[in-house]
Design a protein around this ligand. Structure first.
Ligand code: GDP
Length: 184
């Protein structure tokens, strides 16, 4: 039996009345990590009203006063190449890892390390999702923490949750962590 857990960002937001105004959350990760699936899950939509950004694989959507911005990373592109499309201050970062794709974990780590070095993301709290945890032989949370050298992170809060954006398991715990960080 497969149980799909229903939830939306709007429902979760009800418990948080001290949220800073109009927070901006960036959702980043390699292509195919599950960012769009996560966005659809959080917003209960097929995101037909998302605005594509010309030149990059990016989407932007408002949900319950929170702006969610999704970018594909990867290839040879440095994160700074994306900033010309992005002018707002980032309040929190969600980094989506495909935990079922061990073959790309080094590439995934490379893009993560360049994010951590980016001055525009200085001190910004990072939530990493070990996504696709519903699939067999996934990297577990401890392995992802090790591969992404998360224990070496300084000067910002971070957390990692295993999740399945497809089925909804684990997503809520990560979002609650982010909402705590966005609370004043
Ligand atoms: P994006 O490129 O990061 O936006 O990735 P997508 O959201 O388009 O997802 C890429 C592929 O992975 C799609 O076929 C999704 O159905 C699949 N996918 C995303 N999340 C999960 C998950 O939690 N579990 C499984 N089994 N598949 C997933």
């Amino acid at each position: 039996i497969i149980i799909y857990i229903k939830m939306s960002l709007i429902e979760l937001l009800k418990g948080y009345n001290k949220l800073k105004p109009e927070p901006n959350i960036l959702i980043l990760g390699l292509d195919n990590a599950g960012k769009t699936t996560l966005l659809n899950y959080l917003t209960h939509e097929d995101n037909k009203n998302t605005k594509p950004t010309p030149g990059v694989n990016a989407k932007s959507i408002q949900c319950g006063g929170i702006k969610l911005n999704v970018y594909d990373l990867g290839g040879q592109k440095a994160i700074r190449e994306y900033w010309k499309y992005y002018y707002e201050k980032v309040d929190a970062l969600i980094y989506v890892v495909d935990a079922s794709d061990e073959g790309r974990i080094d590439e995934c780590n490379d893009s993560f390390q360049s994010l951590l070095k980016d001055e525009k993301l200085d001190k910004v709290p990072v939530l990493a999702y070990g996504n696709k945890a519903d699939l067999p032989n996934c990297l577990g949370p401890d392995e992802i923490i090790e591969k992404l050298k998360m224990n070496d992170i300084t000067g910002r809060d971070w957390s990692l949750y295993a999740c399945s954006a497809l089925k909804g398991t684990g997503v809520k715990d990560g979002i609650k962590w982010i909402l705590e960080k966005l609370s004043q």
